[in-house]
Design a binder for this molecule. Structure first.
Ligand SMILES: N[C@@H](CCC[C@H](N)C(=O)O)C(=O)O
Length: 266
């Protein structure tokens, strides 16, 4: 195997949606795939690269590789981890802006009484409701609401179960050119239960943009309230998502945990 220059990284996760975070430069997709491999690599749902900012006032740019090496324009759990990384490594606090391929996003670092980072909130909009679409998977007709959170989502009001996501997700992901993230959402009076089959990463413990898309879809159908936090419960834990009455503004709040640091020559 070719020996590469050791690459320092920090492993983070948001509700079990886990990422290898590196400070640039950008690696190639094949290296990202090797790093994400859970048996032969570090293991992660994606690699997030922190690059110089693109817009005035921003602190950095986040580049996203999914575990299969494909590139995504936005990642909700990932941006909380990047904001936490910037807070930890650059001594930042309060508000900061992170540029992404879907535009600049304002993040806020929330600290507990001891000063530890307790949560990160992110202005995730603009959301775009793209209407209903019917998909055929294995002879079954499935209706989904298409929502863009900068990346594409198909939200099904369907059983929020891993088995269901595994049975339907892989085929449905490929029915949209460029792929789509597939959410299985059950809205109720106390919030939304959700499982997401992610484009380029498969079944994950949590998906931040998926939680926002499910909340937008539910509010648009009168199944959740606008203007107040909606609890979106994923296998890895819960996010608080607030959808503005215009269905465009969306705020997400949730944890970003640092797991370990390392160096890889993969
Ligand atoms: N896990 C992420 C979304 C990552 C990108 C997605 N798989 C895509 O390809 O669009 C999140 O927390 O939003």
């Amino acid at each position: 195997m070719m020996r590469r220059v050791p690459l320092p990284f920090v492993k983070y996760h948001g509700l079990g949606n886990d990422f290898v975070v590196v400070d640039g430069p950008l690696m190639d997709a094949a290296r990202a795939r090797r790093i994400c491999d859970r048996r032969r690599g570090v293991g992660a749902d994606g690699v997030l690269t922190v690059l110089p900012p693109r817009t005035a006032g921003a602190t950095a740019t986040m580049h996203i590789f999914n575990s299969d090496g494909s590139v995504a324009a936005m990642c909700g759990n990932g941006i909380r981890c990047v904001a936490r990384h910037l807070a930890d490594t650059r001594g930042l606090d309060g508000d900061l802006v992170v540029d992404t391929d879907s535009g600049p996003k304002r993040c806020t670092i929330h600290r507990g009484p001891g000063g530890a980072v307790e949560a990160v909130s992110v202005e995730m909009g603009p959301a775009r409701l793209e209407g209903e679409q019917e998909f055929r998977v294995g002879g079954e007709a499935l209706r989904a609401l298409r929502v863009s959170m900068g990346n594409p989502h198909a939200v099904l009001f369907d059983a929020p179960e891993r088995a269901r996501a595994l049975a339907v997700g892989p085929a449905l992901e490929r029915l949209v050119p460029g792929g789509v993230n597939v959410g299985f959402a059950r809205p109720g009076p106390s919030g939304i239960d959700l499982v997401v089959w992610e484009r380029g990463a498969g079944l994950t413990d949590a998906c931040g943009t998926g939680a926002c898309a499910a909340a937008v879809a539910a509010v648009s159908r009168g199944l959740a309230r606008a203007g107040a936090p909606v609890e979106v419960r994923l296998p890895g834990g819960a996010l608080a998502i607030t959808v503005a009455p215009d269905l465009v503004g969306v705020t997400m709040r949730g944890p970003a945990e640092r797991a370990f640091t390392g160096e890889t020559d993969l």
